[in-house]
Write a protein that binds this ligand. Structure first.
Ligand code: CTP
Ligand code: MG
Length: 242
């Protein structure tokens, strides 16, 4: 259907290959088109692991991860990446031009689409300021752009593919608070019909989320809106105060 992009985790338990104890236990939630679901929790809580199961970087041994009602274990990578874009916690750039980096997921994107993605990702001005703009070279490992610029290029790369589902793994942490706020405002319009799952360190990044999942030691210990969690969740209050 037109509004595809429903993500459902159903009683998912996951251990890394060879590990004895699971890093995720009994995770259940649903994220629908038009919604923003945020995941917050201390370092090592399992946030990145949780996201990694949707694009099948790993497969859960127990429970199911479903995309539009189909277990992702029945979908191949191409079918998933048509609908799902993951902006990883450690954003990677390839040696090559900015243009090559942005077109990675959609080689036939027009220049206009690249600029539009850069506009939303708050990367337009620093790319325009470079003498070769989109043809500027990125050195191996992206070492000639700052961490925040690297994050914005990787966000733009995801936007170019126009996915139904966005997974942002701590994608705003290298941005100053003002850029973070501008980026999220622009994203809100662009991703209005999409399903958005955001892992965040800063509470300010996710206060407007439809639902916040508080992850602790691989379990969802609390869930609700920012206001609800401030009332009900000691774990969330600790994160807010930290
Ligand atoms: N882990 C592991 N093997 C991996 C990746 C992670 O055993 N290849 C373990 C980590 O050591 C940690 C747990 O899985 O104990 C959860 O890791 P992760 O999902 O990366 O935690 P995050 O919540 O994403 O932590 P951070 O905020 O630091 O990104
Ligand atoms: Mg992580």
């Amino acid at each position: 259907s037109e509004l595809s992009g429903v993500v459902e985790y159903r009683n998912v338990t996951f251990a890394y290959p060879g590990a004895e104890s699971p890093v995720l236990s009994n995770i259940s939630f649903t994220a629908r088109p038009g919604q923003t679901i945020a995941i917050i929790g201390s370092t090592g809580a399992g946030k990145t692991s949780l996201l990694s199961l949707l694009p099948r970087l790993y497969d859960a041994a127990e429970g199911e991860v479903l995309l539009d009602g189909v277990p992702v274990n029945n979908l191949d990578h191409a079918e998933i990446t048509k609908r799902v874009a993951l902006v990883p916690q450690r954003p990677y750039l390839f040696s090559g031009t900015i243009e090559h980096n942005l077109r990675f997921g959609k080689t036939d994107a027009t220049d206009q689409e690249l600029w539009e993605a850069l506009r939303v990702a708050q990367g337009e001005s620093f790319v325009r300021e470079k003498s070769k703009a989109l043809e500027s070279r990125i050195s191996q490992g992206g070492t000639n752009v700052s961490g925040g610029q690297r994050q914005r290029l990787c966000i733009a790369r995801a936007l170019v593919t126009k996915p139904r589902v966005y997974l942002f793994d701590d994608s705003f942490s290298a941005l100053d608070v003002a850029t973070d706020a501008r980026l999220r405002a622009a994203l809100k319009d662009t991703t209005a019909d999409a399903t958005v799952i955001i892992v965040a360190q800063r509470v300010s990044t996710i206060t407007e989320a439809d639902q916040i999942l508080v992850l602790d030691n691989g379990r969802i210990v609390d869930r609700g809106t920012h206001e609800e969690l401030l009332e009900t969740s000691p774990t969330y209050q600790e994160i807010v105060e930290s």
